[in-house]
Design a protein around this ligand. Sequence first.
Ligand code: GLU
Length: 447
Amino acid sequence: MAPVVRFAPSPTGFLHIGNARPALLNALYARRERGRFVLRLDDTDTARSTAEFAAAIDEDLGWLGIVPDRRVRQSDRIALYDEAAERLRRAGRLYPAYETPDELERRRRRQLGRGQPPIYDRAALRLSEAERAALEAEGRRPHWRFRLDPGPVTWTDLVRGECHVDAGSLSDPVLVREDGSYLYTLPSVVDDAEMGITHVIRGEDHVTNTAVQIQIFSALGAPIPVFAHHNLLTTASGEGLSKRLGHLSLRGLRAAGFEPGAVASLAVLTGSAEAVRPVADLDELAGLVDLAHVSRAPAKFDEHELEPLNARLVHAMDAAEVAPRLAALGIDPAVAAPFWAAVRANLVRVSDAAEWWRVVRGPVTPAIADPAFAAQAAALLPPEPWDGATWKGWTEAVKAGSGLKGKALFLPLRLALTGLDHGPDLAGLLPLIGRARAEARLRGEAA
Ligand code: GLU
C-alpha cells in the first residue's frame, strides 16, 4: 500500500528552518516510497491562525520544492471532531471536569509538596450527578478529559526503535476546552484516521502525545499509523529554534538570497548519517535520507554553514538556469552567459552578481598608485574585438614593457580596472569591461 504522510503546521507564524525538517522528512518519504503528501493546517486555534500565514506556508513549501497532493484545514472539519468526541463520551472515555486553572495549579503544588508526581487526580470522575449539576448551576462549564488506560503504550518507531510510555504517569489530557473548541490532540487523530495517514513523521517533542494518541486511535477503533519521531534542530549552542527567529524563517532565508537546496540540505541532513552537502533537488535529497539513520541526539546546526553550502550550489549553476534571475538584477542578457562564467566562482549568492556587474559596467573609481605604469599599460591595450585570450596577450606586453611580474604586475592592473584588490579572474572580466572603459580607468578616470 502506498504510504500517505502529512505535514501539519499551525498557521500561527512563518515556517522556519526547524519546521522545514518535518516538512521535508515527510515529503521526501512520500517521494521515496511513491506515496502521497498531505498539507494539513492545524488551525483550530482561531485566535492565532491567519489566512496570511496559511498562504505563506504553501508558498514557502513551494519554494523548497514541496507541492502537496492534498490540502486540508482543520477548521473545515469540526463536525468530524464533534462526532468523534461524542463517541468517546458514549464510551466513557471523555469526561467533564470543572476545575479552574487556579484550582489545578494549587493541587499540583500540593502534590509536588508531598513528593507525588503532579498528575491529574481524576477528581472529576468521582463527581456525582448532583455535584455536577451544582457546579453547572454556579455557572461553570466543563472541559473534557480523555480517560487514559493505565499501563504501557508501546510502538515501533521508525527513528527511535521500540518505544514505551507508561500511560499511568500521564494526566488524562484535556481534549475539549470549556468553550467547546478542540485542543490539537483529538482532531489530529481524527484526521489521521479519516485521511488514511499511514505514517506520522514529526518531531520528538510529540513522543508523549503519541502515547495518548495511540490510545485515542484504539478508542475510536481506527488503525494505528506507523510513527517516526525525528530529533529537533537546535542552534549550535543547543537552544531550540522558535518562530521568533525571523532570520531563520524560510522567507527570511529566501530574501537573504539562499537557495532552497542549501536550506533543505541543512534542514534535513543535519543530525543524520549523511554529511551536509549541496543538493540540486529533492530527488537527490530523498536518496540521502533514511529515517532509520536519523540520529537520536539533538541535531545541532550552524547557520554559518549556509553560506559555503550556498556558494557550492551557485558555483555549479549554469547560465541558462540563472538567466531570469540575472535579468532581474539588470544584467544585459546579451552578455549574461560570459559574465556568469566569469563571476560565478566568486559568488556566495546569485544576487552577489549585481556587484560584479557594477564593476563591469561602471562607474568604477580606479585605484592607481603609479600613474606612469597605468598609462603605459593603457597604451598597450590591443584593439577590439576582445576575447578570453586578450588578458594574457596584453599582460605579457605590459610585463615586457615594464619589467614587472607577478603580484607587482597584476595587482596594480586589477586596482586600476576594478577599484578593488580582489575579484574574479580578469581574463573573463576584461572583454566585458571593454576597451573604452578599460582605457579610461587606466588613465585614472571614473568609468
Ligand atoms: N500542529 C502540530 C504541530 O505543529 C502537528 C504535530 C503533528 O504532526 O501531529 O506541532
